[in-house]
Structure formats: C-alpha cells, structure tokens
Design a protein around this ligand. Structure first.
Ligand SMILES: Cc1cc2nc3c(=O)[nH]c(=O)nc-3n(C[C@H](O)[C@H](O)[C@H](O)COP(=O)(O)OP(=O)(O)OC[C@H]3O[C@@H](n4cnc5c(N)ncnc54)[C@H](O)[C@@H]3O)c2cc1C
Ligand code: SF4
Ligand code: SF4
Length: 373
C-alpha cells in the first residue's frame, strides 16, 4: 500500500481532506540575521535585504516570512520579493510600504536601520507558481508587487512555457516601481511566450502626461480584457496579491466571468484590522499542524480553562494555559487563539486539515475543556 493510500484509509472515516503536501511538510523555523541594506523604491516603499546567519536557501517564490525587529513585540508578515534562487546565499529581500501610524513600517522608515538585528520566522503560505501550462493573469496592488514579482522572476528563471499578463494597480505615477526590472524579465522570458506588464493608476490627475491605464486595476482588467473577449477565461490561472479589498474585488470579477475557485490563487495582505481567527475545538482532530506553522510562539495556546474577560470586547477570554513541559502533544483538547499575540497571518487557517479554524467563526470559543461563565 502506498503512503497516500495509508493516509486515505485513516482519513476517510472522518471525511478529512487530503492535506496539501507542499504546506504540510514545511515546519516553521526562527532564524536570526541583520538588515544588510535598505533603499527607497518610491516615496513610501522600501526594499530591505535581510542577511541571515544561516546560508541555506529556504522557501519558494510567493511565500512569506514574518519579520521581528528590536523593540516591537509582535512580528509582521512580509512576502518574498525575489525568487529565492535569485538571492545571494542567506539573503532575503522584502518590499515594505510605510503605513502612517504603523509600528514596524514607521520604525523602518524612521532612521537608517542598516545593521539592525532581526529575526525571521517561516517560510509560510502556499501562494506560488502552479504547475499548469495555462496563461497567468497576475494582479497586484501596492506592496503586493513583492509576491507577484518573486513568482514571475521564478517563472523567468525556470523558463515556464506560458504567457503572463501582469496588471499592477497604484495610485499615481510616483507610486510606480520596478519597471526596469520587469522590462529585463520580459527580455529573458521563454522565447515562444510573452510577459505583458500593464500599470493602472486610480488617483493620477486627469491632466497629467500619463497615457497608461486608469481606474481601479480590477475594473480595468474586466473592461479591457474580459468584456472585450481579449482573454479567454477558460485558459487562465489568476494570481492576486495585495490589500484584501482589491483581492475580493478581483475574485468577484473573475468568478462572475466563470473562473472557478480552483484556478484562483491569492495572497491577501491582512493587517491588524483583519478579524481574529477562531478555533472550533469540536472540529479539531488534535493533529498539531497549526502548532507547527505558527510564526509566533504564543499565538495558539493549549488551555485548561477559559473565562470571559470582564468589561472588554464580547468573546475575549482569559485563559489558564497548559505548559506541556518537556513532552509534546495535546492533552486538554482545547486550543485557543490569543488575540494579543496573533498577527493575522492566517497560516493556521490555511493548514488546518479539519477546517476547524476560521476568521468567520463566532468569537465565543467552542471548546471541549471547561469554560467558566
Ligand atoms: C501574508 C502577508 C504578506 C504581507 N506582505 C507584505 C509585503 O510584502 N509588504 C508590505 O508592505 N506589507 C505586507 N503585509 C502587511 C504587513 O504585514 C503589515 O501589516 C504592514 O506592514 C503594516 O505593519 P505596521 O507595523 O507598519 O502597522 P501596524 O502597527 O500593524 O498597524 C498600524 C495601524 O494601521 C492599520 N493598517 C495596517 N496596514 C494598513 C494598510 N495597508 N493601510 C491602512 N491602514 C493599515 C492597522 O490596522 C493599525 O490600525 C503582508 C501581510 C500578510 C498577511
Ligand atoms: S493564530 Fe494563526 S493567524 Fe494568528 S499568528 Fe498564529 S498562525 Fe497566524
Ligand atoms: S485546530 Fe486544526 S490544525 Fe490545529 S490541531 Fe486542531 S485540527 Fe489540527
């Protein structure tokens, strides 16, 4: 019996999906390094290169790491901005956009951070190049350029025999970057196929010299490529990366045009405003997978007792944590996501084979251990 058959035999009675091997075999590691260089890509977007002490090449184009910097308690997730095979040994490049009032991005922009000690955890996420031969439609907004650029750089490196149409949405001309690098990728794309790059601006003054696309990038794509029949929806795979509203709008456009979920890949840049994932312990099968991918040590904890926190948000809890000492494994059958530590990377949501974790669940925990009311 093959390994897959054995797995299927054990999973069938519970009707569990077969895990995605690409994710399932990854274990998140924590690695120390320092910021080797920082440069401005635009007025508010920075390229940083982190050099790790460990020279191994880790992760795949499209995945992300979390970055922890000195003096800021929580790390933040950032996508690979280069194909891993294009990086120098031990180096990892990220594009980070300044968020006004943002703790980490303002720290980065505040002064020259070259040489600062940082920690990466990962690699995480399953966004990346699929093995099909269909045309790629990539749509990115803002710093979502990072993950898409890493995927198309990888596609150029391995000479994928596919056409690629890359639509990049920004506010105005001063927000555009990486044009020369993408021109260079066009030159070394598979010779029988093409890489098209289309920039679309939604806040560029009407009277400016801009003669490229205008409006929201997803609307532009719909009006100029789908509605005109320029693109055959049955022949594409879509890749979205950037702010959640842009991705939701893009997915709606493509699904309305007839593209199925299976042909849509995306990496939503969730942030502190995104909803907290909740674990339904009545669905949890204690497989430990979420504990293996969590990028923060205390974001998911095993608890013996939960009690509602007096006077704060409905659904928030105080918990009595179980420390498993030197043993591994789950004993009390109740896992809880600690709002104070969770960085909304959704790695646990993606990996859970029992679909027991979702940001859509009721915030009041469904638990097998004691809940004190
Ligand atoms: C999988 C993944 C990959 C990511 N990759 C990248 C990347 O490659 N490059 C990148 O720049 N970011 C990326 N992000 C977003 C990033 O992790 C941080 O959320 C972002 O840098 C803000 O962090 P901060 O510490 O500066 O702000 P925080 O201190 O976390 O937030 C400060 C305040 O600003 C709000 N806020 C946060 N982000 C935004 C925003 N975009 N617009 C408006 N308000 C906001 C928050 O809700 C909060 O109120 C990614 C996120 C995820 C989940
Ligand atoms: S609880 Fe889940 S979403 Fe939150 S930081 Fe941990 S793995 Fe990421
Ligand atoms: S919540 Fe999901 S991933 Fe975590 S232990 Fe339970 S079944 Fe496994």
């Amino acid at each position: 019996m093959t390994q897959e058959n054995v797995e299927q035999q054990f999973r069938d009675p519970l009707n569990l999906p077969v895990p995605d091997r690409r994710v399932q075999t990854l274990r998140v590691g924590f690695r120390d390094g320092e910021i080797k260089s920082i440069r401005n890509l635009t007025h508010d977007t920075y390229e940083i290169i982190v050099k790790l002490e460990d020279d191994r090449r880790l992760g795949e184009a499209g995945q992300f790491w979390t970055l922890r910097v000195p003096g800021i308690r929580k790390p933040r997730p950032y996508s690979f901005a280069r194909a891993p095979e294009s990086e120098a040994p031990g180096e990892h490049t990220f594009f980070i956009r300044l968020v006004p009032g943002g703790e980490l991005s303002e720290w980065l922009a505040g002064e020259d951070r070259t040489g600062e000690k940082v920690t990466l955890s990962g690699p995480l996420g399953k966004f990346g190049l699929d093995p099909s031969m269909q045309d790629m439609v990539c749509i990115a907004g803002g710093s979502g350029m990072s993950a898409v650029y890493s995927v198309i750089e990888h596609a150029a490196n391995i000479q994928v025999p596919r056409n690629c149409h890359f639509f990049y949405g920004a506010r105005a001309q001063r927000d555009l970057y990486l044009e020369e690098e993408i021109e260079a990728l066009k030159e070394r794309w598979h010779p029988d196929y093409t890489l098209e790059f289309v920039q679309v601006l939604n806040e560029e003054p009407e009277d400016s010299d801009w003669d490229g696309g205008r409006g929201f990038v997803t609307d532009y794509f719909k009006e100029n490529y789908l509605d005109t029949g320029k693109m055959d929806i049955d022949q594409i795979k879509a890749y979205f990366c950037g702010p959640p509203p842009m991705i939701d709008a893009g997915i709606a456009v493509l699904k309305e045009a007839g593209l199925s979920d299976a042909n849509i890949y995306y990496d939503k840049f969730e942030d502190a405003r995104s909803p907290l994932p909740v674990i339904d312990n009545t669905k949890c099968v204690l497989c430990d997978e979420c504990l293996m991918v969590k990028p923060v040590s205390n974001c998911i904890v095993e608890v013996a007792q939960l009690s509602p926190t007096n006077g704060s948000e409905p659904g928030t809890m105080e918990f009595e944590r179980i420390e498993p000492a030197s043993t591994a494994g789950l004993y009390y059958n109740t896992l809880y996501i600690n709002e104070a530590e969770c960085i909304r990377c959704y790695a646990c949501v993606e990996i859970c084979p029992a679909k027991a974790i979702s940001p859509q669940f009721e915030p009041t925990p469904k638990t097998l251990a004691r809940v004190v009311s």
